[in-house]
Design a protein around this ligand. Structure first.
Ligand code: WT7
Length: 653
């Protein structure tokens, strides 16, 4: 069933250990009454209505849900402002001097913004955007390091009703330009650079390359991150503006826009099964409801917690669980700009100790790297402030789960393994820490009010065993579309079966206790270090190189990254394989997409295995890459191709 198998599937299937919540944790947990599951299942709309009522509405909604499949509207008729909900209302309601963002730069510089500080900054930034002509409904691109100004710029957009489109700072100039052009952004917010492993990544310089091909951009804001002036920044007169200068000229207060619950809040691009990334659209009322409710329930967030989600804001985890969820819930959050191994491999543990982090949310790929680096590093630090651990991004193998439990959680902290996606906006399958008995490697149960079904190919529900993960009812933070492509939206997510169930693209198994075990993607999407990369995207980048005739990209199990990228490439007539060319092709992919898509292995092949209708059989290539027995080859046009490839591959290994 599963096209791509994450590591240690067998270990997942054999896992028997269980971890009930401690009485002590349950006693004070935000959610400690099991009845919430049944009540929410009996009337999901009533459940979500109660959650939405914890936001501050300018005008109340009159209808909880309008569902015209595949289009949902949540909290219809309601008006609100996301920035007011994340900032202003906390200033008014007793959190004025509470730290909102505690930030540490990679070089060790520190800043703390209280909710009051954040309010001032967001207002100023909103007025800066307005002074440059940004209006309600305009799209604003962001290409930023992990600094408070990124969250401030997002909230400033929300305040004036502009739509942000954050592009992760690791993407290339071409990838940035494509995303800007797809949604016709009129302004770009960037920075001189951001620190990563001791050096400054020159974001503005990279953006300048992109800006040669983005006619819709009228203005560029440059945030000054580096005070040393070691990195020259080219300022194009009339288009580029230093943020710290232009902010001097604006007023301190900006009246928030009254937004419709269904007004667009942001676009975030993610990979799919074609070469072109999808601009996932999220709206306001449902998204804030879903992210705030899950932040409180899943992370058991209390007012005195110091919450740290290590994700970059450029990914959805950063949108939902660095910015919107935690701020809507009034949290104190830690933000750290740089790498986990800078200057030493204990940077995360040092951060936790020095900032007294109580809730820590990270990815399995990071946990596996920590395991490899050894237990001495966390043991050098006092991690006793931690009371809850989270995991997200890919299936967590039981071994990593146990290590996390023992060496980071000191055997006392619940672990919430949270399954969700860019498209779902909010956590969908997760333990509730005061209620759920966890099993290492299982995301356990759907969040209250979420209807998950495992189905077979025919669409029949599977009550025990493996199948495809589907969501059978709409949920508040669900995507509302793919920007500019309504057909692709309907076709990708809602058309696998006739009954309007959402198809997630993941394989999953339910066990006898009803616990859900995620098994990885079933489509041509890879998960490399918790980041989604489409095989087609990498293939398009490879065939874009003049020497390449055809390319097929598959994922191979990788101890730390989960999956790594293996490419099989055929060359045009007259081209010869060489290590030089291999190097050049890697560089070409990095230039087209970004370093995150760099193929770990490139194999030159005389032919690729194809069906008689000409479709490349990636399944067989994956078997070759993983050194497995080759599956069924009867549909191949030329079965010899596979045998040749396999022996060639084995000789190279
Ligand atoms: C894909 C979504 C949602 C945040 C980060 C990734 C995989 C995510 C888990 C988990 C097993 C997981 C799925 C999903 N995934 N979390 N806890 N267990 N798999 O967001 O880039 O949209 O990727 O990540 O395959 O479909 P994304």
């Amino acid at each position: 069933m599963s096209e791509s198998s994450p590591p240690n599937i067998q270990a997942l299937l054999d896992e028997q250990r269980t971890f009930p919540p401690s009485e002590q944790f349950t006693r004070t947990a935000n959610v400690r009454d099991r009845a919430v599951y049944d009540e929410a299942a009996a009337d999901p709309e009533a459940f979500w209505k109660a959650q939405a009522e914890q936001l501050e509405w300018i005008e109340p909604f009159h209808t909880v849900l309008e569902w015209n499949p595949p289009h949902a509207k949540w909290f219809v008729g309601g008006k609100l402002n996301a920035a007011v909900n994340c900032v202003d209302r906390h200033v008014r309601n007793g959190r004025r001097n509470k730290a909102a963002i505690v930030w540490e730069g990679e070089p060790g510089d520190r800043r703390t913004l209280t909710y009051f500080d954040l309010q001032r900054e967001v207002n100023l930034a909103a007025n800066v955007l307005k002074s440059l002509g940004v209006k309600r409904g305009d799209r604003v691109a962001m290409y930023m390091p992990l600094i408070p100004e990124l969250a401030i710029a997002m909230l400033a957009c929300a305040r004036i009703g502009a739509i942000h489109s954050v592009v992760f700072g690791g993407f290339s100039a071409e990838a940035l330009a494509d995303r800007i052009n797809d949604s016709q952004c009129t302004l770009l917010v960037t920075a001189d650079g951001g620190y990563r492993r001791g050096s400054l990544l020159p974001l503005k310089q990279i953006a300048d390359e992109a800006l040669k091909h983005t006619p819709s951009i009228k203005n560029v804001l440059i945030v000054k991150r580096d005070s040393s002036d070691r990195f020259p920044v080219h300022v194009t007169e009339g288009r580029d503006h230093w943020y710290h200068r232009i902010v001097q000229d604006v007023q301190a207060w900006c009246e928030p826009e009254s937004m419709d619950s269904e007004d667009m809040l942001y676009i975030l691009y993610t990979s799919g099964t074609t070469g072109k990334p999808k601009g996932i659209v999220h709206t306001t009322g449902g998204y804030l409801t879903g992210t705030m409710a899950t932040t409180r329930a899943v992370f058991d967030l209390k007012d005195d917690d110091v919450y740290w989600c290590t994700a970059d804001i450029g990914w959805v985890t950063g949108h939902s669980y660095v910015v919107y969820g935690p701020l809507a819930a009034g949290a104190t959050l830690l933000m750290y700009e740089g790498a986990p191994d800078w200057p030493e491999r204990d940077r995360f543990w040092s951060l936790i100790e020095r900032h007294g982090v109580t809730i820590f949310y990270t990815a399995p790929t990071a946990i596996r790297a920590f395991m490899r680096w050894g237990t001495e590093l966390p043991q050098k630090h006092d991690l006793s402030s931690i009371r809850l651990l989270g995991s997200v991004g890919e299936p967590i193998n039981p071994e990593a789960w146990m290590w996390y439990h023992e060496f980071i959680g000191g055997q006392r902290c619940p672990i919430v393994d949270t399954w969700w996606q860019t498209e779902t906006g909010q956590i969908m399958i997760t333990p509730l820490p005061g209620l759920t008995t966890t099993k290492p490697g299982s995301a356990t149960h759907p969040f209250p009010g979420i209807s998950v079904q495992i189905r077979n190919e025919r669409g029949e529900p599977v009550t025990e065993g493996g199948g495809l993960l589907t969501i059978s009812r709409p949920w508040p933070a669900m995507l509302r579309g793919i920007y500019g492509d309504p057909e692709r939206y309907a076709a990708t997510y809602w058309s696998k079966w006739k009954d309007n169930a959402y198809f997630a693209g993941d394989g999953a198994r339910v066990d006898a206790d009803g616990c859900i075990w995620l098994l990885g993607r079933v489509d041509d999407v890879l998960n490399v270090s918790g980041h989604r990369i489409g095989t087609m995207e990498v293939e398009s980048a490879l065939v874009d190189h003049p020497a390449v005739a055809e390319a097929a990209v598959v994922g191979r199990s990788h101890d730390i990254k989960g999956q790594s990228i293996t490419a099989f490439v055929t060359l045009k007539d007259g081209q010869r394989p060489s290590t030089g060319l291999e190097h050049e092709l890697r560089g070409h992919v990095v230039k087209k997409i970004g370093a995150l898509a760099r193929p770990e292995e490139i194999h030159f092949a005389a032919d690729l295995p194809k069906t008689r209708s000409g479709k490349i059989m990636r399944r067989l290539l994956r078997d070759i890459a993983e050194g497995k027995a080759i599956g069924d080859t009867t549909t191949l046009a030329d079965p010899n191709v596979v045998a040749r490839l396999k022996s060639q591959y084995e000789n190279q290994e």
